[in-house]
Ligand binder design. Structure first.
Ligand code: 3PG
Length: 212
């Protein structure tokens, strides 16, 4: 296993749930990340779906002790570079392109590429990745689909995300080929907008206590 993959696994093993964040207002980033860390969720994926995302990553990287900031929804090498420069320690993509695989080689941050089928997972394995995101998890076949990959693709470890919540997270976490899940449910927009950081810490604590 490469040193980068080992680092990625260490990050993903910090908690059962990686929060997937869509931050509209960069001033929310620090209190939101602090609330998640207080609840036990240290690795935090901030998606590049909003103009505030890069400033949010930078603020979390600089100001939130204990947080491991990562960037999600990385679609291009340019975004890869921006996210790393902002302080991301891991980079997540919903799928994979050759350009992203090439970009990854230029940086120290670990890459969690996305796959949704056996062929995509095997293509990534061929390219040297044995830890990947399974996305969109529920819509692509859910926990039973992922379970059926665990024997033929026994060497691959997944972080499923997409449609996962407190209700179905255990179905995934109990699988032998799942290291953690990702989800946005721990930081719902209404709590973020209201600045209800205690409410988010409560959701994070609930998620951090999940076991397979
Ligand atoms: C992701 O990028 O991983 C997903 O958007 C998270 O999916 P969710 O909002 O259904 O948790």
């Amino acid at each position: 296993m490469s040193e980068k993959t080992a680092r990625l696994l260490t990050t993903l093993k910090l908690q059962p749930v990686v929060p997937v964040l869509i931050i509209e207002d960069a001033t929310h980033a620090v209190p939101l990340a602090r609330a998640l860390v207080a609840g036990g969720l240290k690795a935090i994926e901030i998606t590049l779906r909003t103009p505030a995302a890069l400033a949010a990553i930078e603020a979390v990287a600089k100001e939130v002790e204990g947080a491991v900031p990562g960037a999600g929804t990385i679609l291009t090498p340019a975004q890869y570079e921006q996210a790393v420069k902002a302080g991301s320690q891991f980079i997540v993509s919903p799928g994979t392109t050759t350009a992203l695989i090439e970009a990854e080689k230029d940086y120290d941050a670990s890459f969690l590429p996305g796959a949704a089928t056996a062929t995509e997972a095997m293509t990534l394995l061929d390219a040297g990745y044995d830890v990947m995101k399974f996305f969109p998890a529920e819509q692509a076949g859910g926990a039973s689909y992922l379970k059926s990959l665990s024997s033929p693709l026994a060497g691959i470890t997944f972080c499923p995300t997409g449609g996962i919540s407190l209700k179905n997270a255990r179905d995934y976490l109990s699988l032998p080929n799942v290291v953690c899940v990702g989800g946005s449910w721990v930081a719902p927009a209404h709590l973020v907008t209201a600045g209800d950081w205690a409410g988010i810490t409560a959701l994070a604590s609930e998620a951090a206590a999940l076991k397979g």
